[in-house]
Structures are given as C-alpha cells and as structure tokens.
Design a protein around this ligand. Structure first.
Ligand SMILES: Cc1ncc(COP(=O)(O)O)c(C=O)c1O
Length: 478
C-alpha cells in the first residue's frame, strides 16, 4: 500500500463539537467559502441570517438574544421546530426499527403504509382516487418532475403543458420550465417541456388555450392557491371550471399542492376543496414534518401505470425516494396532522390572521399595497421602495428590496418571516399550523407594531445603517 493511501483522512469539523456547542463559530465565513454564500451574505447584511436557537417549536432566538415568533420555513414546518411528539417517535423508530433503510428492491411496511394512508386521505374527499398510486421522492420539484413524466407517458403525443403567470413549481430543469420568472429561467434556455403560460384566475383563457392547442395540450399544472407567487387565491368557481374545461378537452390536470396541501390552507387538498378533482397531485413540504425531505406524487391508476408499466416499471426512480426513515416521518407527520385536526385549526387561525392583516392594510395605505391569506399562509405586499429605475441594478433586485427590508423590520420587531420567491415586493408569514393561539395573537401584535414604526417602505430603507446599505449596494452592482 502506498504511503498516500495509508494516510488517515482528517475532517476539520467533528459532529460531537456541533452537538455540544463547541463547533467552529465562523459560520458565515465557512458558509460563504463553501456554500451559497451570497444568499447568506445578503441575509447577513440585512441582519437576519442568524444562526437561530430554537426556544420552543414556535419560537426562536437570534444571536443577540432577540425573541422571535417563528413564521418562516416556507410553509414546510407544519409543527414548528423539533415538535416533541415527532422527535420522540423518530427516536423510537431508530431504536426499534429492524427493516431496511432504503428498500428499493424489497417490500417495505413503512412505504406501503404511507401510500395507503395518503390514498385513503385523498379518496375520503375525492372518491375517484380510491385506487390511486403514489410515487415517493425527496422534494417538491421532484414530485413535480414525476407528475410531468406521468402526464407525458399517459398522453405521449401531447407535448405542451399549460401553466400560469407567477406559478412556482421548483427549479429542477422540468419544473423550472413551468416556473415563469426570468431570473430563474433566463440562463437555462432552451427549457423543456413546451409551455403555454396563462393568467391565473381567468377560466376563459384556459378554454381558449385548450381550443388552440388541440391535441398538443398534455396537462394543466396549477397551484390551487399560488404560494410563492404571493398567496394568490383565485376567484370562486375558477378551479372547478378549470377541471371541467380540462375534462372536456381530455387534458390531464396536475394540482401542485406541495405548499397548499395537507392543511396549510385550511384543507387537506385545496384543489379538491375548491371542486377540482385533479388526475395527479404533488405533495411535499409538510409531509416531512419540518425535519425530513419527503415528497409524494399521487396519480390515478391509469396515469401512474402509463409511466411505470409492466416490465418498464423501473422507468422512473430515485435512490432515496421511499426510504424507511422518510416514510416513517411522513406517516407520523400525517398522523399528527389528523389527530390534532390541523387543517381545521389552520382555517380558523387563518381567518383571524387575515382579518388582522386587512385591518393593518387599511391603517397603513402608504406602506402596504395589499395583503392576502389562505389558512396559515399570509402575504404582505409593499408599495415600491423607490418609484424610479436605479442605474446598474436590475428591476427585480430593486423590487426585492421591499421584501428584504420588510423581513428585516419584522425580524427587529420579533417576527421571523420568509420571502415569497415569485413575488418580489412580498414577504410572507408561514407559521406552524399548531402555533399556540397566544403566539398567533402576539405575532400580529408585533406585525402591527412594525408597521406603526414604518409609515413607508422608504422609511425602512432610511433606517438601514449606512455600512449595511453600502454593502447591499455593492452586491446589487455586482
Ligand atoms: C407549489 C410548489 N411546488 C413546488 C415547489 C418546489 O419544492 P422544493 O423546493 O421542495 O423543490 C414549491 C416550493 O416552494 C412550491 O411551493
């Protein structure tokens, strides 16, 4: 054996040190050097990068000791951070489970159970899904990719997908083609597949497009409520009508419920609740209980079998999808959502929250352009920070400044929110569905106090300390 091969490899950072809090605390430096440092630098310049300490599932503390109500997590934290019933279950699972970890080529009780429970949940409100099948993956985008391939396999001669302005379906190459945003798509053209993008909320536009596309139309992919697009709720009756139009034209419907599904918007499936029974449903975020990437694409039997038929049943797969720990976390998360009846709670708390936001929008018209909400998914859109073009800075960056400044002010006021990744002047609050009522009230009290101190978006900019403003400007100018 050569000398080089015998050398024991050494890792610069040990897990033990991180667990005991004795880790390397130059976190920003290390993340900048080896990770997506620019994003973190922006958050750091805004003073909202953390790292955060978990105080309870619903509360955080920043590095200065500031108490924060946790409303971040991009709708992927149904129970907040490290919810004890879930964590205790995982501990038991790891101690007691004797099945394979990644049972791709074997039976798995955990995978079978999660597929069965998901289909039962869906069929309970959408009986046409009684014999549906489930494909498991690891992210929302992956659930969408599987849905696209299922639709193409079921309608092999139809190559065009219909999507909607401000949609967000993920950033892998197929999902990206359906996420209309020049910043995300521009550098990666040509994109596949072919797409016809329509305004969201206009059923007549769907009918016209399907007439024009004829046999080329493969499927409509739609978020029943657009999450990353800024919590856009379509008009009453729209989703039912979209379903009927699709059926008339024999076009499939994919409901992307990665964000809206499993309780976030006050329903198990927002599409079904609005009268649309999709052929395929993509689920992810809350299924992982906030601790594990888990996604599921549920499809009618015929559609699923078109992608994975007979001897070609290996035609779509992923190594980690359906892994036992992921399935166990998914099962337990679903069980908690059911036993705590979190969709109902989300709807009730959501009504309270939206009413509070609407009151604030009326009170602060020079700051707030609009507010929206659906269950525990809340959006605040601000007026522009500046009403003119800034030389050398992209329009998108100028617009995004409004959301960034609002997130900073919310943070300083004790609320940890999140961006809206396809709506640049919008910040969102996506609190856990089981947020205690007193924290819900406290959160909106804090939002009200923040707005009271910031009459216009420009006043937020003026409060940004000069060194931070200069650093941000330097980044914007490249
Ligand atoms: C509706 C919707 N679809 C797909 C995705 C992509 O999910 P992921 O980020 O897990 O790939 C998201 C993420 O926000 C989403 O909101």
């Amino acid at each position: 054996m050569s000398q080089a091969a015998m050398t024991t490899a050494r890792l610069p950072i040990a897990t033990r040190d991180l667990l005991t809090g004795r880790g390397d605390h130059r976190v920003l430096d290390l993340e900048s050097r080896h990770g997506n440092g620019d994003l973190l630098k922006v958050l750091d310049i805004l003073g909202i990068a953390g790292p955060f300490k978990v105080v309870s599932p619903w509360e955080l503390e920043d590095e200065t000791g500031r108490h924060l109500v946790h409303a971040g997590g991009y709708a992927a934290m149904p129970f907040g951070e490290a919810y004890p019933p879930l964590i205790d279950f995982v501990r038991d699972y790891l101690a007691e489970n004797k099945q394979l970890g990644l049972p791709q080529q074997s039976l798995s009780e955990w995978r079978a159970a999660l597929a069965t429970n998901l289909v039962a949940l869906l069929a309970g409100v959408a009986p046409s899904h009684t014999d549906s099948h489930v494909y498991f993956g690891n992210s929302g985008a992956e659930a969408v990719e599987a849905a696209l391939k299922m639709a193409r396999a079921a309608r092999p001669k139809a190559t065009t997908f219909v999507n909607f302005a401000r949609a967000y379906h993920g950033k892998t190459h197929g999902a990206l083609a359906l996420t209309p945003n020049e910043e995300y798509q521009g550098p990666f053209r040509p994109l596949a597949p072919a797409v016809r993008t329509l305004p969201f909320g206009d059923a007549e536009a769907v009918a016209t497009a399907l007439r024009e596309l004829g046999d080329r139309a493969c499927a409509i992919i739609i978020e029943p409520i657009q999450g990353e697009g800024g919590v856009n709720v379509p008009p009453d009756g729209y989703l039912r009508e979209v379903g009927e139009i699709a059926r008339r034209h024999d076009v499939l419907v994919i409901a992307d419920e990665v964000q809206t599904g499993l309780g976030r918007t006050g329903h198990w499936f927002a599409s079904v609740a609005a009268g649309l029974e999709p052929d395929i449903i993509a689920l992810a975020k809350p299924l992982g209980g906030g601790i594990m990437p888990v996604s599921a694409t549920i499809a009618r039997k015929a559609v699923y079998k078109a992608l994975l038929p007979g001897l070609a049943s290996k035609r779509h797969s992923t190594t980690f999808g359906g892994g036992s720990l992921a399935m166990a976390v998914g099962l337990k998360s679903l069980e908690i959502l059911v036993t705590e009846d979190l969709p109902t709670r989300s709807a009730e708390h959501g009504r309270y929250g939206l009413a509070r936001l609407q009151g604030l929008a009326a009170q602060y018209p020079n700051l707030v352009e609009s507010v929206r909400g659906a269950g525990m998914l809340f959006a605040i859109s601000l007026k522009p920070v500046v009403g003119f073009k800034v030389p050398g800075v992209s329009e998108e960056d100028v617009q995004t400044l409004a959301a960034a400044l609002l997130l900073r002010e919310l943070h300083l006021g004790g609320v940890h929110g999140c961006y809206s990744t396809n709506a640049s002047r919008t910040a969102r609050l996506t609190p856990p569905l089981n947020q205690p009522e007193e924290l819900l009230v406290e959160m909106f009290d804090r939002v009200a106090a923040v707005m009271g101190k910031n009459p216009t978006p420009l006043s937020m900019l003026k409060k940004l300390p000069l060194p931070r403003m200069l650093k941000l400007a330097r980044m914007a100018l490249g």
